[in-house]
Structures are given as C-alpha cells and as structure tokens.
Design a protein around this ligand. Sequence first.
Ligand code: C2E
Ligand code: MG
Ligand code: MG
Length: 653
Amino acid sequence: MDNQKEQKKNWISRSLGLYRATPYVTEYEREANVRSTFYMSLIIILLEVSMIVRNIVKYVLTGKCTTVEMFFAYTKAYWLLLFVGVVTLLYSIRFVRGKIPPRRKSLSVLWITLFAGICLGFGMYVSTQDFRSGRMIICFLTMTLYVACLLIWRPYLSILLLTAIGYGYYCWLDVSSFDRDGNPLHMNAGDRINYITFFISLTMIAISIYHQRHREATKAESLELAAITDTLTGAPNMYKFQQTAAAYLQESQKTGTELIYLFFNIENFNTFNDRFGYAGGNELLTSMKDLICSNFPNEPYARQADDHFVVLTKADGCDLRIGSVRNSIKYRNKDEVYLDVKVGGYRPKDIHADPCLEVDHARYAAELLKNHPDDFFREFDEQLAKEYRLRQYVLNNIDRAIKNGYIKVYYQPLVWSNDGDLCGCEALARWDDPETGFLSPGDFVPILEECRQIHKLDRCVYEIVCQKMRECLDKGMPIFPISLNFSRLDFELMDAVGELEKLVEKYRIPREYLHVEITESALTDNEGGLQKSMKILREKGYALWLDDFGSGYSSMNVLKDYKFDLLKIDMVFLKNFTKNDKAHKIIKSILDLARDLDMMTLTEGVETQAAVDFLQGAGCGRLQGYFYGRPMTFEEIYAKIEDGTYRIAEHLI
Ligand code: C2E
Ligand code: MG
Ligand code: MG
C-alpha cells in the first residue's frame, strides 16, 4: 500500500517536474533552451526590422515626419526589441559554439528570462492599446506563445507562470480599460472562452514539450554514460580519463599543485578468480574501484583494463593513500588467497601530453615490482626513464633496423676441448644503430621477447647466417657449423621450422651445418607444440642444443621431458671457479649425467687456462668463451682462420 502511495507521489512529482535533475540533464536542457533562443531571436530581429522599415515607408518617405521624430514617436519599442534580439542572437551563437565559460552558463537562463520579459511586456503594451481601441489582443497572445517557445519550463512553472500571466493580464485589462465615454470595457463571453482555451492549450503544449525534451536528455545521458563507463565496476573508462585528467592537469598548473599518475595492478588476481569464480573476481574489482574512489575523492580515475586501475592525484601524501588501498586488498581473504597491489607512479612533465600514454610510464614502474613481495610502490625515476626510452626505441625501430641492415651477426668460436680446433661458431645478434650506437643483445632481446617481436630478429639473423654461408660455399671457402639461438616464442609467433627450411632451401645450406639452440629457462612446461617442432627439426637433420643448462629452476625436468643432442653448461658454473671447490664437482656430475643421457657437451664462459685444463680433464667435448675468442664479425673470424689463429677441425660434428 505504502509502495503504491509512494509510486503515485513519484509519478505526480515527475509529471510536475518536481525533482532534482542530474548536471548532465540540466546542461542538456539549458543548451536546448539556448538553441531555441537562437531561432526565436532571429524571428524577433526580422519582425522588428520589418516594422521599422514599414514605419520609415509610412512616415519618413511620405514626408509626414523626420527620421528622428519617427524614432521617438513610433519605433522606440521596435528598436529596443531589435537591440535585445541582436544581443540574444549573438549570445546564443557564442553559447552553442562553446565560447561561454562553464561557470557563466547558468546566467543564460537569467538572460533569456529577461528577454522573454521584455517581449511579453511589449505584447502587453501593444495589446492594451489595441483593446482600449476595440481591437483584438493578438500581439499579447503572439508574444505569450513566443515566450512559451523560447524557454521550456518545468511543468509546475509553466502552469504557475502561464496562469499568472493569463489571469493577471485579463484582470488588468478588465479593471483598467474604459471606452471614450469612460464606461468600463470587458472582454465578451466568446473572446473570454477563446482566451481561456488558448492558455490551457499553451500550458499543455509547454508541458508536453518539456517531457519530450527531458526524455531525450535522460536517454542521451545514459548513452553517453555507457560510452565513458566501464560496465562491470561503474568506473570511468580511459576515454573519460583522458578528458578529466587533461582538465585536472590544466587546473593544477594554475594552482601550482604537483600531480602524479598512479597505475594499480592487483597481483595474483587470476588465482583469486580461479578460487572464487568470476562473480568473486568481479566483486573484488568493484571493491577496488570503491577503494580508489574513497581514497582519491574527486580526482580523475579509471579502470584501464582487467585488474588495472589508473588515477591522477596530488603527489603530496599519495603514498599514504596508496598504502591504504593496498592494505585493504592485501588483507581481504588473506587466509585463503595471497593478494597484493603493485603501484607505479609517474609525475607528468608536459601537461599537454596524452594521459593515456603518460600512464604507460607508471605501468612500467609497477611491472618492475612483480615478484618483490615487500615493495608495492615505485616511481618512474631517471633510471627507469632511460630503460623506458630504450624499450620504446627498440619496439618502434626493430622493423627499420632489420630493413636498413642495422642488425649484424657476430660469431663466437666454439672449439674442441682436446686440441682447441674450431668446430663451429655461435651466431649472436648485435644492433648497430646510427642513432643509439651499438646495442648488445642484453639490451634488446629481453624487450623483444617480452613484447613478442623476437621472431623478427631471429628470422633476420638466420637469413644473414645462411647468406654468408652461401657466399663462402660459392667462393670455395671452408665452412663450419653455426649454432642459431631460438627463442621459445619463435615457435609460437612464426612457423619457425618452416622459416628455417625456406632459408636452407633458398641458400642451399647443408642442414648439419646449422645447430638449433634453445635456452633451458624457456622450456618450463612440457609443451606439445614445441615437442612436435623439435621432433621435425631433428628428423630434418638439425642438431638440437640445450642452451644455458643450469641457469633455470627446472633443469632436470627439461632433461627428462625433452630430447637434445648437446648440453651447453651455463657460464654461471665457471664464475669464481678457482675459489669454489663445489663448482668442480657440480660440472663433473653434469658432464657424467649428459654422457649417461647420450648427449654431447659444451661449456660456456671459458675465460682461463685453469678452466680449460679442468674441462679437458673432466671430459667436456666443446668449449666456448673469451679464452678462445669474443664474438666477432664474419670478416674477422675468416681473417683469423687465414692467419692461423684458428684451425678448422677435421671433424666438425
Ligand atoms: P647465449 O646464447 O648464452 O650466448 C652466449 C653469451 O655469452 C654471449 O653474450 C656471449 O658473448 C657471452 N660469452 C661468451 N663467452 C663468454 C665469456 O667467456 N665470458 C663472458 N662473461 N661472457 C661470454 P651476448 O652475445 O651478449 O648474448 C647474450 C644472450 O642474448 C645470448 O646468450 C642469447 O641468449 C641472446 N641472444 C644473442 N643473440 C641472439 C639472437 O640472435 N636471437 C636470440 N633469440 N637470442 C640471442
Ligand atoms: Mg646461445
Ligand atoms: Mg648460452
């Protein structure tokens, strides 16, 4: 029952327009009013100009009076209305073109009301004269209609104002109008009925137009809201963030406040999702949004994607607020699932830069906090800026570097341990860029892997190697096997086997002269696809080498799950080799293990005679390291072969 009453009450107040409109709806209605003002002021201008011209023709051109006399006697009111009409027209044009500052927009209602008042006053003035002379009060009715079209009032206001104007003017005419003999003048019964009908109809039209416009406004608002809001959490999306952040930055410049972009990432969100399902995950995201709202009130924020949120806030004291968000998430369900929040910060240097791109700096800083359980906030500092610039450079220029030949291949000798004869080389990429100078793979390989672009580099390296081998074969120069580094991603991002095969066929290279090196840390899970590719490679006649053995966490598993022809022992085992007695034992047992598994062996990072002596004694097949030579250009290695520094071994495989 109460509910029904409440509904009825709501319906009545909605019908009368007795509710608080949202800022969007208010703005929409205000703009609609100003738009009608544009057309209505045009009408007034045309009307008044025609009236003035008519008077000039009637009085000045016929010589009945001078222009000045005509102005004061007949056209004062027309000039006044013309002036008001022109000012209103200019104002409405400025308003619609967005030239009126937001805080002065509310004055538009005042101005239009004033304009409406003047028009109505004019109508009353003319019609009163007409009525007293026995004519119809058309001018007043026209002006009332005009004013009703000018502003769309809330229904209760339309009812009140139109009743007051209609009834008030009627009473005023009734008591203040007399004929020439001094007898009171009254509207006749027929006119009175028409008059009342006119006002009732006008009120209804005004109410109906209002509801129509209000519906349009709310529809537009919900459409716009959907375009700028993340549907899951109700947080603004990045499109909205871009706008609010830009305005906030402008404002901060005036007040001299230092701002900072924050990038929030919920760590371990996937596990949380697995444990509590999507509904639980969604709830967590909504709580995260609420936490951000309450800790950074009235500041631009957005859900960027997945479990990532961004905020633009005052730099001063932001760490406390970050800590508060983090703690609330971290200690929620703490006994069931480990959760943490990692936050990156970036203080913008240029307030005109695109906020969506600027946030990327903060994201970069946040990503570096992964797997650092004690740290949760890191600012993007100079060191990071350097890394970030390099990363952007690498990603933006890898295609150009390949096309322009900035990618070079260096060759590091591999020798037999028993006699030091050259049994091959490892192809290692270098980036010799005219802008940044010389980059070593440590600078660009991890970036290319992280951003899934590594296959471009590798394909380029393989092609250079095959090309050089073909040149040697054509010139009758001796060749030796070259080992190529393959990233696990190569098998995902391109048809690695197919690409290699294409090159081998194009340059007619014997397959046993190319070795495939795959780093151990890339082989964590036993992947069917990779196993299949490796099987094909072996069947085709390529030797498979396991690179950097012992550097990862699951070296033994890799040996168990995959089949390799050669095991390359990582250079970490030779670090402090002379001082560390255990290193000897470990290397020896790895070599024994490899032998048991029927694998050949190579040790990387051989720098000293002592290491050579030990590895020779322990039975390691091949050696690689600075002791025998650093990676060098193709020309350098052949020069060294020619001058006898390296002697190509009789048996190469
Ligand atoms: P890696 O495949 O293990 O290559 C051996 C790295 O050890 C090379 O570093 C080499 O210069 C270095 N090295 C060799 N002997 C010694 C030594 O005696 N002492 C020391 N301290 N270092 C030695 P580089 O050329 O900087 O390459 C680093 C890594 O970058 C490579 O490790 C490889 O994983 C990757 N990489 C290089 N070129 C390519 C490429 O074309 N494709 C892919 N996917 N990765 C590449
Ligand atoms: Mg390698
Ligand atoms: Mg290696």
